[in-house]
Design a protein around this ligand. Structure first.
Ligand code: GLP
Length: 243
């Protein structure tokens, strides 16, 4: 439990730097990271960028897989997750472009896109650390309530609550928010060797309560993380209000 988002970002960036630098001298394999969008990871990205500039961390041998992407808006759209990642992280670190993987929400064959994404993750030996936020309804990536706890990367319709929450990025108009997304499945997330979840603000308190101590249920998708061997929740006081 940290004081605020700044501290959450510092802790998480330090943790990642430690894990990545310890891993690399012993491994010829690249370090595979799962990455989220949203407001929660921003302070972590900022701190990683700062530390990258100081020479504390290099991403040359890091492979990234983003958790999700909207369907049907161009990659260049200001609110696409491609744009978000580029602006908030990738353009400011030394990661080679070919190391970056983000689902293509405009692929001609979306099912094929999802299957190939899973294959690529496997090809790199699976995800070492996956960072994720949590939705107010307990979603992780875009695995909305009702998602199969065994699901793999696939196309998903977004719940009205999520569309409403995300409308703040689309001129506050729910009609501008895409209604579908491609997302890693809950099974895909559970396969990561370590999962780090961010939770901040009172709006996340109910979801955090269900994630940490609720019954494991597909109606609160994050609750399945209770079954994960290595899951860390990094949050502020407000998000723990209902624990
Ligand atoms: C979106 C994303 C999720 C993210 C969630 C919470 O729905 N698809 O991956 O975790 O928002 O976002 P925030 O961190 O802005 O609260």
């Amino acid at each position: 439990i940290k004081k605020d988002n700044e501290e959450i970002g510092h802790w998480t960036a330090n943790y990642l730097i430690k894990r990545i630098t310890e891993f690399q001298p012993n491994s010829k394999k690249p370090f595979v990271l799962g990455l989220p969008t949203g407001s929660s990871p921003i302070t972590t990205y900022e701190e990683l960028i700062r530390r990258g500039k100081l020479g504390d961390i290099s991403f040359k041998n890091v492979i990234t897989f983003n958790l999700d992407e909207y369907v049907g808006i161009p990659e260049s759209h200001p609110q696409s997750y491609h744009t978000f990642m580029n602006e908030n992280f990738f353009s400011q670190i030394d990661i080679p472009a070919e190391n970056i993987h983000i689902l293509n929400g405009n692929a001609e064959d979306l099912d094929k896109e999802c299957i190939e994404y899973e294959d690529k993750i496997l090809k790199y030996g699976g995800i070492e650390i996956l960072l994720g936020g949590i939705g107010m309804d307990g979603h992780i990536a875009f695995n909305e309530p009702g998602s199969s706890l065994n699901s793999r990367t696939r196309i998903k319709s977004l719940c009205y609550d999520t569309i409403e929450a995300n409308s703040r990025f689309f001129d506050d108009d729910v009609h501008n928010v895409p209604t579908k997304a491609l997302t890693m499945g809950i099974g895909t997330i559970m396969d990561a060797r370590e999962v780090v979840i961010f939770g901040s603000g009172y709006k996340k308190a109910r979801a955090i309560k269900e994630m940490v101590g609720g019954a494991i249920s597909h109606m609160w998708p994050a609750s399945i993380l209770q079954m994960h061997q290595e899951c860390v929740l990094v949050c502020d006081e407000e998000a723990t209000m209902e624990l």
